[in-house]
Design a protein around this ligand. Sequence first.
Ligand code: NAD
Length: 358
Amino acid sequence: MLSLAPLFFGFAMRSPTTIHTTMGAAVGVQRSAGVQLSGLPIDCKGKVAFVAGVADSSGYGWSIVKHLAAAGATVVVGTWPPVLGIFEKSLKSGKLDEDLILPDGTKMDPPKIYALDATFDYPEDVPEDVKTNKRYAGVGSYTISEVADQVAKDYGKIDILVHSLANGPEVQKPLMQVSRNGYLAASSASAYSMVSLAQKFGPHMNKGGAILALSFVAAERVVPGYGGGMSSAKSQLESDMRVLSFELGRAYGLRINTISAGALKSRAASAIGGARGEKTYIEYCIDYSEANAPLQRTLEADDVGAAAAFLCSPLAAAITGVNLYVDNGIQVMAASIDAASFQGYKFSYPFDTPGMPK
Ligand code: NAD
């Protein structure tokens, strides 16, 4: 019987324009050449997009921003108040200038930033200690309903809404140890936030518009180490996406999909586990994927950015209720070929196939 392996994804950390590092422990992993937007155009000219969950250039949100901008959309972002100051400072100081360069060589304008805490729906939901917290005081309105109204005031109806955020305070704890509060906090920040964004932005979106959220294979299969109820939250996210595809389609003519993304060394993922200076949990995940995925290439944030731009564009006008894997195919594997239990077994590949490089 084959040993079932935790199913993960391929990956290496990269900013949208620069590969900073690669973990590729697997032999023969190719760094991908980057996604070029040419030929059949992804055309989002004249569209307005709101991307929730952007605070630096290392994560999926930033690449989605860039790809939507490259496709011609006006893109604005929602940033969590605790990291808003540092993000604004990075943009102002020019630290992210290189990351603003689009595939055609032009530099995009830094996106307009709205403070957003996706765990609060209305101003009356915000507890006193948060209101008076120095990272929240003075950033203006940041609940989902207020941000949706403000974006509508600034831009009128928008066309694209992206949910690229997650938070699980007990992510390091297995489900057998997670507290009720930790579990519900993960669900509130990582799943209900998408439902609430859809509720509040839906009426402010043009017919034919698209919503997208980022999921992870832990929604469907066991990924040891991804704890705190985050796997539960991702399952909710995918299930809610399917239900909302019907409700939003009928109510507003909107589409909604999820991308189940492979492992990426983003800031959030780097916080999952591992002491400073030690190999982190996400780096193990990336190495695992590169060793076992069908495609021997490094997954980049841009792979997800490009797929997101497609799903949000008119090219995907008939696609709704879909979970799209962008993960070098790792989710199809039920056995890991580099498992210790397989050591010594001689697999019959690489295949001796005509044309296959030796
Ligand atoms: P990231 O750090 O770039 O993005 C996470 C963002 O969520 C951060 O900007 C953070 O400030 C924001 N956030 C946290 N709590 C918030 C709140 N209450 N309100 C508003 N914003 C809040 O990391 P990422 O890994 O690119 O994550 C983006 C999405 O991709 C998440 O949904 C994540 O689960 C998903 N994803 C990541 C991976 C991976 O390996 N990195 C794999 C699959 C899916």
